[in-house]
Design a binder for this molecule. Structure first.
Ligand code: GLP
Length: 253
């Protein structure tokens, strides 16, 4: 079941997202969180930090697994996803460093690193909630449009459109890594619940295609239509503009 929650602003959509995570933490203090990077979840992390500071939630017993990491960037590179997670969440809450997990983008043997990460994810005994953003081309994690859906963690060649989209975070386009390690679509689909965050007009077309179009590996996020549990989509009005036009009845205000 897909529940699409409307927010007027990206700020509000982030707060809605934090509410969903907080509910999971309230029912299970040792929850396993599947975490995502990108600009979409930043506001949600800010609200989670606020709730932590207000004493409303704790991450003391939480474990986390992140979706992906760039190949070739060290954890202290300011564009690595490890750095992002520390800067945007981990350093500001009581999560234990040893309970946080990301693929290692500097691993000498990326294939072995994928196997190690699959084992880490499996050892969690199930992800309670998986946070996702959506790429301009419909990617989830770094699972790019393809002829098949990926299963486990893999080494991915980034598409030109993803490199273009992410170039804004780097000094120059040539600095954007061309490969990443990413959890697979099959692995993402094993979570108990999914929270998809989408912000801004640039996501409006792809979000509609993903949630209402054909289920196809050429739009990896479309597989969410087959998710066994609840997919909660928290999005701002710009990201929802095409859905509001074509499927207004599907949107919860
Ligand atoms: C990145 C990440 C994804 C993210 C997506 C969208 O490439 N690998 O996990 O969801 O792009 O990012 P943004 O939220 O900044 O638009």
């Amino acid at each position: 079941m897909i529940k699409i929650i409307y927010s007027e602003t990206a700020h509000d959509a982030g707060i809605r997202g934090a509410e969903v995570i907080s509910e999971v933490l309230a029912s299970k203090k040792n929850a396993v969180l599947g975490l995502a990077t990108g600009s979409s979840p930043v506001g949600m992390y800010t609200e989670l930090i606020r709730r932590y500071n207000a004493g409303e939630i704790s991450f003391a017993e939480v474990k986390s697994v992140n979706l992906d990491e760039y190949v070739g960037l060290s954890a202290d590179h300011d564009q690595s996803y490890a750095y992002f997670m520390h800067h945007n969440l981990f350093d500001h809450v009581d999560i234990k460093e040893e309970n946080t997990n990301l693929p290692n983008g500097l691993a000498a043997d990326p294939v072995a690193e994928c196997a190690r990460y699959d084992a880490v994810v499996a050892s969690m005994g199930g992800v309670d909630i998986q946070v996702l953003g959506i790429g301009n081309n419909g990617h989830i994690g770094f699972n790019e449009p393809d002829t098949h859906f990926t299963k486990g963690t893999g080494l991915v060649n980034l598409t030109d459109s993803t490199i273009d989209a992410n170039a804004r975070f780097f000094e120059k386009r040539e600095d954007v890594p061309t490969q990443a390690l990413s959890m697979g679509v099959g692995q993402i689909m094993e979570a108990d619940k999914i929270l998809l965050l989408a912000m801004g007009r640039g996501k409006a077309e792809i979000l509609e295609r993903a949630l209402f179009g054909d289920v196809t590996p050429s739009v990896p996020a479309s597989i969410l239509q087959f998710f066994k549990g609840e997919v909660i989509v928290s999005a701002d009005k710009e990201a929802l503009s095409v859905i509001l036009e074509k499927h207004p009845e599907a949107v919860t205000r």
